[in-house]
Write a protein that binds this ligand. Structure first.
Ligand code: SOE
Length: 390
């Protein structure tokens, strides 16, 4: 069985998720398409990189990400950094012939995303964008229902991603609130996950009418590079700096197939933790998913007898997509790690079998173009066309 060497850049929260997935993938998907050796991990300081190498079981740490790009033994570059350096790293990795998995959103602008998509296409390397939530078995089951025509033609949809980790004004100004580092706020960070799921389920979007709002326009400056997602608050005596990204976005969208709906995202919704939902209505039925109850898909079919028609719950398990590979009994519990394990499996499978990974840089670039149109719409107050990739 072939072994691929991975070099991972950015030793934070996502490094933990990806490292767990590399370890777990062959345990779940056996025989595995290939094995993975965690070779080098890079972070800003040698001290943190060395510590992360021990914590996440890499052979070694480095404070210079270019050593990963220049190492001929490394087959895969895994980008877990803040968004503003994705493009530089991905383009260098593609030029060096490495396969690439990159955290979402793809970049801070559509222009950057384009360079990543073009470099990876030119080099012919497998590229994947880590929109993991579509890997949840219940979301994959929703796709199956839609493809089989069980809910008929799609009429409308609504998607949400609501969190509350930044609702407190003392939640600090991390890179996630600085446009030059993150590109956009709630939209890029979490709204794009819902865009990805809905594109996966019902197809692409053609037009958007959007509004964005920023409620907390300055926050305490965060000390240190650690992205603590609001768990360490800055006090009232900590100096503050300007937030220049959106706290909330609301997008009304028209699909190329005529379906119509909304997507909203905020990280300031008290009481909502990882509230990723979609409800899709078709001519023959409806589907509802809520990630906070991610083992379940709610389904309703128009041709059920009138006196029994209504949403019912399907608990995902071995009978459902990826279920056999995960746990042997329904509702044992799918978690964040499982979605990342499936993601890594699909990435490695694409490399081994010479396929395109999905979602990939093209998808990420298309979502950036949607974002551009949404921000244009917020300026113009009008519907805006979403550019397609030539
Ligand atoms: C913070 O909003 C965050 O870590 C996102 O960046 C991730 O993509 C999401 O999966 C969990 O929340």
């Amino acid at each position: 069985m072939k072994t691929y060497n991975v070099g991972l850049i950015g030793a934070g929260f996502m490094a933990k998720a990806h490292s767990l997935a590399y370890a777990g993938m062959p345990m779940c998907f056996w025989p595995a398409p290939a094995l993975i050796n965690k070779k080098t991990i890079a972070d800003l300081t040698q001290e943190r990189a060395d510590e992360a190498a021990v914590q996440f079981a890499f052979e070694k740490g480095t404070d210079d990400w270019t050593t990963i790009i220049n190492d001929p033994d490394i087959d895969i570059v895994d980008i877990c950094t803040p968004n503003n350096v994705h493009a530089e790293i991905a383009v260098a990795a593609a030029k060096a012939g490495k396969h690439i998995i990159c955290e979402k959103p793809i970049a801070t602008t559509a222009e950057e995303a384009k360079t990543m998509y073009e470099a990876a296409s030119k080099a012919g390397v497998v590229n994947m964008l880590a929109f993991n939530y579509r890997m949840t078995p219940a979301v994959q089951l929703a796709k199956k229902y839609i493809e089989e025509g069980s809910i008929g033609d799609i009429l409308d949809f609504r998607g949400t991603y609501l969190q509350d980790w930044s609702a407190d004004p003392n939640s600090p100004l991390s890179w996630r609130f600085q446009k030059k580092v993150c590109g956009s706020g709630a939209f890029g960070d979490i709204g794009t996950h819902v865009v990805d799921m809905l594109r996966f389920l019902i197809g692409d979007f053609a037009e958007v009418n959007a509004r964005f709002a920023t409620y907390i326009d300055e926050r305490p400056i965060q000390t240190g590079a650690v992205d603590n997602l609001g768990t360490v608050k800055g006090g009232s005596n900590v100096p503050k700096a300007k937030v220049d990204v959106d706290d909330q976005c609301l997008l009304t969208l028209k699909c190329t197939n005529g379906a119509f709906g909304t997507i909203e995202a905020t990280r300031n919704a008290w009481g909502r933790n990882n509230f990723i939902t979609f409800e899709i209505h078709g001519t023959k039925g409806s589907l509802y998913f809520n990630y906070e109850r991610r083992d379940e898909l709610q389904v309703c079919f128009a041709d059920d007898p009138a006196d029994r028609r209504g949403f019912r719950t399907v608990y995902t398990g071995p009978a459902h997509p990826f279920g056999e590979n995960l746990w042997p009994i329904p509702a044992l519990g799918i978690g964040y790690t499982e979605t990342k394990i499936v993601e890594v499996y699909k990435f490695i499978d694409a490399i081994v079998n010479g396929k395109d990974a999905s979602p990939n840089f093209k998808d990420g670039y298309q979502i950036e173009l949607l974002g551009d149109a949404a921000f244009r719409s917020a300026e113009s107050g009008k519907w805006e066309q979403i550019a397609g990739i030539k």
